[in-house]
Write a protein that binds this ligand. Sequence first.
Ligand code: PBG
Length: 332
Amino acid sequence: MKPTIAAFPATRLRRLRKSPAIRALVGQSVLTPGDFIWPIFVRDGEGVVEPVASMPGVNRLSVDKVVEAAREAHALGIPAICLFPYTDPAKKTEDCAEAWNPENLSNRATRAIKDAVPDLAVMTDVALDPYSSTGHDGFVVDGEIVNDETVEALVKQAMSQARAGADIIGPSDMMDGRIGAIRNELEREGFRNTLLLSYAAKYASAFYGPFRDAVGASGALKGDKTTYQMQPGNSDEAMRLVERDLCEGADMIMVKPGMPYLDICRRAKEMFGAPTFAYQVSGEYAMLAGAAERGWLDHDRVMLESLTAFKRAGCDGVLTYFAPAAAKLLNG
Ligand code: PBG
């Protein structure tokens, strides 16, 4: 449908902006706490709240503190949190066995949250990087990040998360075939209602830097992730990945990073109509929060503006470290 616009002065588009009341009436994109998934870094210990230097306002939390955060999230109307473990370097091995240990940090945190706040959805991360001595999301054999062997390990990891009670499993590894493999195994073991949110269009981005500090993976990483994560200039490839993952059994898909890739969000939403999420990643958070800390940007305004942009681009929700702060503001 082609919009028609009468000539000036029959049309004065400023009439639609003349007051808060009129602006409220014609507002299109609405942001609510129900749009957020809050990523949280989990570490060992008790009573620990440890700031992440490159992400002002973000902490690594011990499991008891994660449970407190989960209660807070629920009270604020945030529907889901997403767990990322900061793994003791001594537990990082070549075979990444800690990834499917039922007693690993992520699984312990999931059980503790589901015990304390059963209505809050718990999302977990499937990828080997927190557990790998190489810092890669998959196994490395003779310098190659091998696909099929990695997928077998990812299935074990995903199943241990499902057994711990995760509601949403988020494969962030970018191996081929992992969504189908995980979906098959979930069905086989009777986990019919476990959701898969595929990190379908995940780019090899420099905006992940602070996250790798937060989970202690930056020191370990040898080389880069360009043989599995996408190159930033590609858009058609993102559509093929999204379509493939939906066909393999993903319930929801994600574009990552967020702000520099809003065109991908829009295109994916228009093309497939599936629940579409963006990840406003650590580097995007650090840019905004770091500049705000220096007084260069207005923290609350850039936070809400950046999050509203995801809704405008067609996203159903967004993973954001701003979740609790934004929810507080939106709740007044
Ligand atoms: C790795 C993973 C990464 C993030 C989420 N899962 C980093 C990477 O791919 O190196 C990044 C999240 C962020 O930057 O906030 N499986």
